[in-house]
Design a protein around this ligand. Structure first.
Ligand code: 6PG
Length: 252
């Protein structure tokens, strides 16, 4: 059995420096990837820290036409809705830089049947990663899109992406994209499955604030995925970085 991945922890002084370091790191990693491969594929999450980071990326020189942007998760709302992750990223970043629209791969969560949106996004992933869409559960586990970079957040309840505690979604490994049912207080969503998240070549988890500290410690220590879905980070096969502020810094 392979060793669980606890990753490395990078600590920023405060929320402001966390967003600055995240922006520099993301830019550097994307530029390096484009330099070596000619293109880069990144998947981004929603949340407050990425919003600040995205605004900082506006002023960074980037090979925009060589980077494909995908989403880790999306809420079932129109893109104009303030809760849309894609809409927020557009407003903060993509509407302000010279990126060809075909490089933006928004998740189609604003559709009647979310399962169809999930299948459509799987087809998009297959196309851009030049993979044949699997037809069997084993196929989905064996052939996976491998993002060059994937950004996650962690919720105060231990969720990551749209994989929430107490739900079976986190255990589903025979799909790439999952429809996530609505629950009281949260709308339905689409989310990449743990199969795709853990296959990324690099994963950076951005977390700030005291409420995240215990959750990060629980995630790194391991245990029941359904209790703390962020524990899927232990299955990341590539490089894992926890980029946190001082308040969220886990005890090692
Ligand atoms: C979403 C996310 C979610 C997020 C965490 C952390 O769209 O809700 O993708 O998983 O990353 O809730 O969010 P914060 O950065 O706001 O703490």
């Amino acid at each position: 059995m392979t060793q669980p991945n606890v990753g490395e922890v990078l600590v920023a002084h405060d929320a402001d420096s966390l967003a600055k370091i995240a922006a520099h790191l993301v830019r550097a990693l994307l530029c390096e990837t484009v330099y070596h491969q000619g293109t880069a594929r990144i998947a981004i999450s929603g949340g407050s820290t990425p919003r600040v980071m995205n605004r900082l990326l506006v002023n960074q020189p980037m090979p925009w036409s060589s980077i494909d942007w995908f989403w880790v998760d999306e809420r079932a709302v129109p893109i104009e809705n303030p809760r849309s992750n894609g809409g927020n990223a557009k407003e903060d970043l993509f509407d302000k830089v010279a990126i060809p629209p075909e490089r933006l791969h928004f998740m189609p969560a604003d559709v009647g049947a979310l399962a169809e949106g999930a299948r459509a996004y799987e087809r998009t992933l297959a196309r851009y990663f030049e993979l044949t869409l699997p037809t069997t559960p084993d196929g989905y586990r064996a052939v996976r899109p491998e993002f060059d970079l994937l950004l996650l957040g962690i919720g105060d309840d231990g969720h990551t992406a749209s994989l929430f505690p107490g739900e079976d979604d986190v255990a589903i490994d025979d799909r790439w994209v999952l429809p996530i049912a609505a629950r009281e207080g949260r709308e339905a969503r689409l989310s990449l499955s743990k199969t795709v998240i853990t296959a990324a070549k690099r994963v950076i988890v951005l977390a700030q604030g005291k409420a995240k500290k215990t959750r990060i410690e629980q995630a790194r220590a391991g245990g029941d995925l359904k209790e703390i879905p962020s524990r899927i980070t232990r299955e990341v096969t590539g490089q894992l970085i926890w980029l946190v502020d001082g308040a969220a810094k886990p005890d090692e």
